[in-house]
Design a protein around this ligand. Structure first.
Ligand SMILES: [Zn+2]
Ligand SMILES: [Zn+2]
Length: 282
């Protein structure tokens, strides 16, 4: 039932089908993207990132918390668009009354541009996505210090001495590791162009051919493959994970259509987040 793919150095596991349910775990980062379905094997993620308030992305949050309670795990940190934080917290309080057991989370309301440190070597920044309700994407990066080019010849001892004197020897560089953008217009690549150079980009591509026209794809706040093809040369990612396909396509058809329609230069980067054959799970 669960799809498992390798994208660059990351393992991505979960389920994603437009309008039905989406929830993906990146094990190496300890993060879960969306909770449209609660899966036993991915419920342990410490950091949960909600993209927006549609049921196929957050409807199973209570089930997820129930599973974690059963596993005696601490409340997860749930990052979400600031606009949906009050209603998410109220909904959880009501479900707590219903079950007579509190569903607690550590709520992290986020605005575009907000940053949080997950670990000393890993931070996340929220960015605006463009959907029919308030929505966010998330970009993970680490900041590394690099010796300024003019100091490259210094020995370790000299570097140590100069640092003690308070000399500014380093440039700070951000390594963009992974980003998640779902339920958004293609315009997100204009408003957050660094997505194109992020090592692994997880991106929705709800519609794949003429069975859905561009106007109605855009009206729903989604990406059509035609729009990705127009920008095929701009993607510089090591891996472009496409997900959130419409159920109007069978999983095998998704694979075949992407292979047929994408130029080889784009297709070589694409990781299809869908079963390779058979029906959609569920
Ligand atoms: Zn969706
Ligand atoms: Zn949506």
């Amino acid at each position: 039932m669960i799809t498992n793919v390798k994208a660059g150095p990351y393992t991505i596991a979960g389920v994603s089908l437009a309008g039905i349910h989406t929830s993906l775990q990146v094990r190496e980062l300890g993060v879960l993207f969306d909770a449209g379905i609660a899966l036993r094997s991915t419920a342990g993620a410490e950091h949960v990132f909600l993209s927006h308030g549609h049921a196929d992305h957050c409807g199973a949050l209570v089930s997820l918390l129930g599973m974690r309670g059963l596993m005696r795990m601490p409340p997860p940190i749930v990052y979400m668009p600031a606009e949906i934080a009050p209603s998410t917290e109220s909904a959880l309080a009501l479900f707590g009354q219903l079950q007579r057991h509190e569903f607690s989370i550590r709520s992290e309301p986020m605005l575009p541009g907000d940053e949080r440190a997950l670990r000393p070597d890993l931070s996340v920044r929220a960015f605006r996505t463009h959907h029919t309700t308030p929505s966010l994407g998330y970009q993970f990066f680490n900041r590394v210090q690099k010796l300024k080019p003019e100091h490259l010849g210094l020995s370790g001892k000299e570097i140590g001495e100069r640092r003690k004197r308070g000399d500014d020897l380093f440039d700070v560089e951000e390594r963009l590791e992974l980003a998640y953008a779902t339920d958004t217009l293609i315009h997100v690549l204009d408003t957050s162009p660094s997505l194109l150079t992020t090592r692994v980009l997880i991106l929705e591509c709800s519609f794949l051919d003429e069975r859905k026209n561009l106007a109605s794809s855009r009206a729903g706040g989604h990406i059509h493959l035609d729009e990705l093809l127009e920008r095929a040369d701009s993607f510089q990612n090591e891996a472009l994970v496409l997900m959130h396909f419409s159920q109007m396509y069978a999983p095998g058809e998704v694979h075949r259509t992407l292979e047929r329609r994408c130029p080889p230069s784009l297709f070589k980067r694409i990781v299809v987040f869908a079963p390779s054959k058979g029906p959609w799970p569920g």
